[in-house]
Ligand binder design. Sequence first.
Ligand code: NAI
Length: 336
Amino acid sequence: MSELKIGLVGTGAIGRTHIERINNKLAGAKVIACADVNADFCKKVADQYGIAAYATGEEMIEKAGVDAVIVTTSDAYHEQYVMAAIQAGKYVFCEKPLAPSAEACKRIVEAELAAGKQLVQVGFMRRYDPGYRQLKEAIQTRKYGEPLLLHCAHRNASVTEPWDNASAVENSMVHEIDVLRWLLGEDYATAEVRYGKSTRKAKEGLHDPQIMILTTKSGVRIDVESFVCNGQCYDIRCEVVCEDAILNLPKPATIEVLADTVRGNAVDADWTTRFVEAYNVEFQEWINATKAGRVDGPSAWDGYACQVAAAAASKARETQTIQPVTYDEMPALYKK
Ligand code: NAI
């Protein structure tokens, strides 16, 4: 296959950045068609890139002659379009979360099992960040002994509405739930979410910051701070305390600024700049693997496992208790 022909459904904020990177930056693929419920906006995006616009994702999958599909709609519609792609036998990249509930993710897993091959990749892009990749390599060698504790932070200057007490886990810390499971190479055993003193910058009723505490099956203990109204910056941290060393997620290189009697480094305003390289690597690797007829990245099973842990963390938050994380047995299709 010379060039992978892609159809994208959901021409919102992230959908447009993916069209831009695939058509104007990466190699080996082109988005040739798009669809969105907002027909006017979809047409504008299609005209901007000289691609075809369709009224529905299903019509695009059926008629546009695409080899693969990208789903970047709002979360509630991921399942519908991922299922349509699987039924058409097409590889599909779905932004995170694979679906809003573990049950919906399980239905996708079952559809893939029925198809008899992996077709789905989930957009957990942190796995492609060079810093997280270095951290994983360092942990895997066991040169520094066993990892024992992880201290992580996920901080935003502000968040866009709608945002409520559930969003810290379900929208934000789902990234940690996936990337830390991948870093450590093991599943979770328990989840807990605690509220502390809230910032005056949070709207009424919003608990911010929140702390999520996870334990893995081997007993590694993880704390993640979610502080989404910090008013300052986007800041992602991950410190891995091992038996023989402390390993820290490297910060991306940014320019040094000398101003106002301070020497310092510029900080990221949000995820679009912090993880731009991760998105580029994620999509280039997905294009290459899809053309070779493989799924190398986060699987539908990973999407399911993430939602199982997120559901446990959400229940833990609502009840202010520690909740077990209980997964179904992993099917052979996903064992590497
Ligand atoms: P957005 O609201 O800007 O775009 C969503 C688009 O989906 C809109 O254009 C909307 O009209 C369209 N849409 C809604 N229902 C539809 C339906 N039934 N059929 C077709 N189109 C439909 O949202 P945004 O920020 O682009 O997020 C999209 C997805 O990407 C979400 O699932 C979000 O969680 C994920 N995301 C992932 C990020 C990451 O770091 N990996 C970062 C930002 C978003």
